[in-house]
Each structure stands twice: as C-alpha cells, then as structure tokens.
Design a protein around this ligand. Structure first.
Ligand code: UDP
Length: 245
C-alpha cells in the first residue's frame, strides 16, 4: 500500500465552487482540454491500492475536485486549506447550462440503458441547444470501441458514469487522442440527473450527510463505506500524528 493520500489532497482543487465552475466555463469556451476527477475518500483509497490509478491522480493533467465531505475533512485534519465540496451532480448541471448557452456538443457514456435514455430526454427538453452527439449505456461489452467512436465524434464535453476507477482509467487511456474536450468521471450522477434516483432530501444535504442517506437507501454500500472511509480516517489520523511528531 502506497502512501500518497496527502499528495492527492494537496493536489485537490481548494478554491470555491464558483471559481471552479468559472474555470470550467472558460476552458469550454476556449476548447481547452480538461480531465476532472470528482473524488471522495473511496477514490483516494483506490489510489492507495492501485498503482495505475495513483499515477492518474498524481498526473498534472488530472484535476481532482473534492466531491465528498470526507476529502474536505481530511484536508482540514492535515491543515490543508480547502474551501468547499464540488459535487459531480452540480458540475454536470453547470456543464449542461454552459453547453446550452454556447450551443456546444456532448457525449454520455454510462449507467443502465434506460437511465441514460431518460437523461437524454431530460437534456433535450431542458437544454435544447445542446448538441447531444451520442449516448452509450455503461454495460456495453467493448468499452474501448465506444471510446474510439467518441474520439471521432470530438465532443466538447464527455461524461463517463461507469463507477470509479473504471471511468477515470478509460478517460486517461484515450485522453491524448483528443485535441479538445472536458472529460469527467461522474459515478452515479446519471441516475440522479435522469430522475431515476433521488438525491438526498435537503436536510441531509444541509447537514452534509448525503453519504448516510445513500447507505440507508442502499445498505450494500455499508461495506464499501466501511472499507474506504474508516481506513481513510485511520490513515489521515496517522498522517496527522506524523505531522505533529
Ligand atoms: N455502471 C455502468 N457500468 C458498469 C458498472 C456500473 O454503467 O459496468 C454505472 C452504474 O449503473 C451507475 C454508475 O456506474 O450508474 C456507478 O454508480 P455508483 O453510485 O456506484 O457511483 P460511485 O459511487 O462509484 O460514484
């Protein structure tokens, strides 16, 4: 197990959500390539176990944003300044607004067929100026073939919702083949944005307990949560002690 947690957190975007959204908007306007990883503690812990994923997180081309409150907490505990969380769902919504304003193009790859089809309907209705080039569900066997097709389509934004770390590894593998485009691994966001899965009630969001809501709705997440978050906190505490010592 490597020990890069602190490096990942130091590298994570630490300014406000608004300033990040503005940066994304500028890059979109100027056709500047961008690869965004929306990270929660689980994401960072995968980096600890998986060398290839760790290299992706540490690559200067990769921008990590703090999706989960745990990343922010970890930063605080290590004395690293970090303003607020920037969630994948909010980022997607902003991207849809910008794409609509600029009449630019989009590709979606991930989630169940009915989910991504529903999301297509939602986008067509709410953001009629987006040029939605193509959608692919996340259960297509040959994912490399899909990526090669997306390379040819040259979208302004590509969202991959295949779960971590699959979505990030796939983006990274093809990143050099694109001359432009904003690429984001958005995990379960298609399920939320399509209206298939509800986001946590406001009170959970306000108390920053969305993770707790998700566990109550999908108990199978508890094991995953334990494996990543408890280990993560242990690790952060160790680092904190080392810092002191
Ligand atoms: N998914 C997919 N293909 C797969 C496995 C998962 O498209 O082979 C989708 C799944 O339908 C869901 C998303 O990937 O929409 C991952 O959701 P999850 O809530 O697990 O996201 P995470 O917590 O990893 O961000």
């Amino acid at each position: 197990m490597s020990n890069n947690i602190k490096k990942y957190i130091e590298k994570t975007y630490n300014k406000s959500k608004d300033s990040f959204h503005n940066l994304v908007k500028e890059n979109l306007k100027n056709d500047k390539k961008m690869f965004i990883v929306t990270a929660n503690p689980e994401t960072l812990m995968i980096g600890e176990d998986n060398k290839e994923f760790s290299n992706i997180l540490l690559d200067e081309k990769t921008i990590i944003v703090p999706d989960g409150i745990g990343v922010l907490k970890g930063a605080k505990m290590l004395g690293i300044d970090m303003k607020e969380t920037i969630t994948g769902v909010e980022l997607c919504t902003k991207l849809f607004e910008y794409l609509n304003e600029m009449k630019k193009s989009l590709c979606l790859f991930g989630a169940k067929k009915e989910v991504v089809e529903k999301l297509k309907e939602v986008i067509n209705e709410k953001y009629p100026n987006i040029n939605l080039l193509k959608i692919y569900d996340g259960y297509i066997e040959d994912k490399d073939k899909v990526m090669e097709e997306i390379v040819d389509l040259k979208p302004d934004v590509t969202l991959l919702a295949l779960g971590i770390p699959k979505q990030e590894m796939l983006i990274y593998k093809y990143l050099d083949k694109f001359n432009k485009g904003i690429f984001v691994g958005v995990g379960g966001s298609f399920d939320v944005l399509s209206g298939t899965k509800k986001r946590a009630p406001k009170i959970f969001l306000k108390l920053k307990l969305e993770w707790l809501y998700r566990i109550t709705r999908e108990p199978k997440r508890l094991k995953r949560f334990y494996k990543s978050n408890i280990k993560y906190l242990k690790k952060i505490n160790e680092l904190k002690r080392e810092n002191r010592g």
